[in-house]
Design a protein around this ligand. Structure first.
Ligand SMILES: Nc1ncnc2c1ncn2[C@@H]1O[C@H](COP(=O)(O)OP(=O)(O)OP(=O)(O)O)[C@@H](O)[C@H]1O
Ligand SMILES: [Mg+2]
Length: 389
């Protein structure tokens, strides 16, 4: 159709009124079809010219993006967007003329928060830049679906957790049973029991009930679904913030802290609060394994599509048998340990689509590695920058 119209335009001087009318009609029809197609899309489309003025927006975009003005056409795109963070992003990215892959923003506004993903594609014709195409997708539901899938996976690990609880509650329940039997026997013998005789049995029963309560509370803490808020972020930043807070405790135990954070580490999708919790649990275990006087190293690196955080200590280390048990809920060798620290670490990493692994040598030390996948958008960005092959 386009070719036909172009040919017809070439012959324009020779066309009569009727032919020109029909040509214009064809053009209008084609234009309308394009608009209908673009307006039927479930992604937002915004086209800008070389001066970053809005040339076109589709219906979906107008519904998705909070706009500062009703009429978007001819406005500079960043002055049009009512969300400051998105406006700043567009202002920073568009003039560079470089493509952007799936940059994510959360709109809190009224009602439920939505996550929007922005991609910018420079548009050119015959190698002449013409402007930019901005594609916006609402990925809120995709994110929720991912979280549900990960939760289903971590439900599988609940079986191990439930087995752990069953094992834990067996002893107190057994002990309660025995002490009730003892009371029954004493009652049979004496018809009644004085406070001193009954008291010693009842005290044990109360203690065991408290123990059961503790087990249930810890269990609920470990299995509670995490209300994660996943955002793209930099793990190095999370670690730096954490170290400021950990260093005083380390100083008191003469533990030297070393951090070697890789520069230009790709961003990952994470919940900072939970990731901090996981790192704290591993760091505290490392410091406990050292006791006094030693070195704790926190390092980041990138490898095989993952960002890895290695937490190494020069502490007591572990045997192979011990290593096989440490992620089991309630496994602890400490007098006042809950044995749930690493269960939480495991759960947090699963929630991030990642892994946790451990290497250790008795009397030498231990390294825990927390690995978080690099999202596809970051990988593409790195490929495009030519930093990775
Ligand atoms: N860095 C480490 N070096 C040596 N042993 C470790 C290390 N980290 C964990 N462990 C072993 O794994 C066990 C389980 O760790 P986890 O963090 O789950 O519980 P915990 O530290 O015992 O209790 P809590 O975390 O509640 O203080 C520890 O008791 C310890 O025996
Ligand atoms: Mg611990």
């Amino acid at each position: 159709m386009r070719k036909f119209i172009q040919r017809a335009l070439g012959k324009l001087p020779k066309l009569d009124r009727e032919q020109i009318r029909s040509l214009l009609l064809d053009l209008a029809n084609e234009n309308e079809l394009l608009e209908v197609v673009l307006n039927s899309m479930t992604d937002g489309v915004l086209v800008t010219d070389l001066e970053h003025r809005v040339v076109f927006t589709n219906q979906c975009l107008r519904g998705m993006l909070p706009m500062a003005r009703v009429e978007p056409e001819d406005q500079i795109v960043w002055s049009l967007v009512a969300d400051q963070e998105i406006a700043d992003f567009l202002h920073a990215s568009l003039p560079s003329g470089e493509p952007v892959e799936e940059e994510e923003f959360t709109l809190d506004g009224s009602g439920a928060a939505r996550t929007l993903s922005f991609s910018i594609v420079p548009v050119s014709k015959d190698e002449e830049p013409r402007g930019n195409l901005i594609l916006v997708s609402d990925i809120t539901d995709r994110r929720k679906r991912d979280a549900r899938l990960r939760r289903a996976e971590s439900l599988a690990s609940l079986t191990t957790l439930a087995a752990g609880v069953a094992h834990e509650i067996k002893n107190p329940l057994g002990s309660i049973g025995i002490h009730i039997q003892l009371i029954q026997r004493a009652l049979k013998k004496n018809q009644c029991l004085d406070e001193a005789a009954a008291g010693k049995y009842l005290d044990v029963i109360m203690e065991e009930i408290e123990r059961l309560n503790g087990i249930v509370v810890d269990f609920l803490f470990a299995v509670r679904p995490m209300d994660t808020t996943m955002k793209k972020g930099n793990i190095n930043k999370v670690i730096r913030e954490l170290m400021d807070f950990i260093k005083y405790e380390a100083q008191e135990s003469d533990i030297q802290i070393k951090t070697t954070l890789k520069k230009d580490l790709p961003k990952v999708v994470l919940d900072e609060k939970y990731m901090k919790q996981a790192l704290i649990n591993v760091i505290k275990n490392g410091m406990a394994a050292i006791g006094r006087d030693g070195t704790l190293t926190v390092a980041t690196r990138e490898d095989q599509g993952f960002v890895h955080v290695d937490v190494s200590d020069t502490g007591i280390g572990m045997s192979e048998e011990q290593m096989a048990k440490i992620f089991e809920p309630y496994y602890t060798t400490k007098e006042f340990g809950s044995g749930l620290g690493l269960t939480v670490v495991y759960k947090v990493l699963k929630e991030h689509g990642g892994e946790v692994s451990v290497q250790s040598k008795e009397n030498q030390g231990t390294t825990f590695t927390l690995s978080v996948p690099i999202p596809d958008s970051e990988k593409k960005l790195l490929d495009w920058k030519g930093e990775r092959k």
